[in-house]
Design a protein around this ligand. Structure first.
Ligand code: MN
Length: 171
């Protein structure tokens, strides 16, 4: 989530958001090299042994007091993976760069640039990049959303028992 909040949600007052009056000003953030946009912070997750993700960055592309959604760009470095998690809120994803695989529920999908994929409510999911290039994807979410839940040991053991999901998680 961004660090800023609207000062007012009243439709009769100007709304200042991150120093910009959104009722009268637009924001143009040109694409720059390497899947970054002007004035969009690249937020790095901390890498450590216990983290359930590896080599992931996040950029918030759009958030607006008049929009109920937030649009983010995630990038998983070559060989990296996102957190294995689930939650009530839904993801709408477009792969913007690279290839990889993703686990959604009981299925593992080979995902390629420009593919679209959704993650339904309370469905385990994880994105993995191939070993040779980053996997970048756009991810749309509701602004108001629940916190992700991680699998407990039993749930993880169950997922690792057999089939494509087990193979995906233990590779
Ligand atoms: Mn998620």
């Amino acid at each position: 989530m961004g660090n800023f909040r609207p000062i007012s949600l009243s439709p009769h007052l100007p709304i200042f958001y991150n120093g910009v009056n959104f009722m009268s000003e637009t924001i143009w953030r040109p694409f720059s090299t390497d899947f970054q946009w002007k004035d969009v912070d690249v937020l790095e997750y901390k890498n450590d042994e216990k983290s359930p993700f590896k080599d992931v960055t996040r950029q918030v592309l759009f958030e607006h007091p008049k929009l109920a959604c937030q649009w983010r760009y995630f990038e998983v470095a070559a060989g990296g993976y996102s957190t294995l998690e689930r939650h009530e809120h839904v993801h709408a994803v477009m792969i913007l760069r690279g290839r990889g695989r993703c686990l959604v529920g009981e299925q593992v999908y080979d995902i390629d640039t420009h593919d679209l994929i959704t993650v339904p409510p309370m469905t385990w999911h994880q994105f993995r990049a191939t070993s040779d290039e980053p996997l970048g994807f756009l991810c749309l979410v509701n602004v108001e959303r629940d916190r992700p839940i991680l699998p407990n040991e039993e749930e993880l053991a169950e997922m690792k028992k057999a089939g494509d999901v087990a193979k995906f998680l233990t590779e």
